[in-house]
Design a protein around this ligand. Sequence first.
Ligand code: RTP
Ligand code: MG
Length: 170
Amino acid sequence: MNKQLTFAMIKPDAVAANNTGKIIDLIEKNGFNIMMMDKVTFNTELAEEFYAVHKNKPFFKELVNFITSGPVIVMALEKENAIADWRTLMGATNPADAKEGTIRKLFAKSIGENAVHGSDSEENAAQELDQVFGLSDLAEDFDLEECELDCDCDECDEDCDCEEDCDECD
Ligand code: RTP
Ligand code: MG
């Protein structure tokens, strides 16, 4: 199987509890390659967009309030089968149901404050990576080097989605 990228987040509860390092250690020990990482605080607009699929659920407001309540660690993780394997390492949404050794079993406080997030499909991984890291044109081989073409001409568009003109083409 080819390498896959997924979007992962250490949520505000785990960051506030100083569990960031322990969770990153587990991520690395389980064979994930951290391709990108940042510490950010979601604003309400991004949180509502990020969790839009849950907008009609009774817990939506609580979820948005929680995810915007403090800094989070956002990551792009690379591995074969990264999407499913990260969900397995995270454990069940409700820590009461999470298996021994999973991150949620170890660090989640409750179903609402459950330490980590992971994309649940290829489509959502691409969307979430784009929402948070602005990777609108994920290359198939997941080469995440910054674009150096700086161009939106027809010729270069095949390789580059950035919208600035380069000197040669404008
Ligand atoms: P996530 O999206 O955060 O990785 O979590 P998940 O896939 O395991 O769970 P999902 O069904 O997508 O739910 C998103 C987040 O909403 C909160 N939640 N609260 N109070 C509740 O009944 C409830 N149910 C879900 C959780 O924080 C969950 O991670
Ligand atoms: Mg989910």
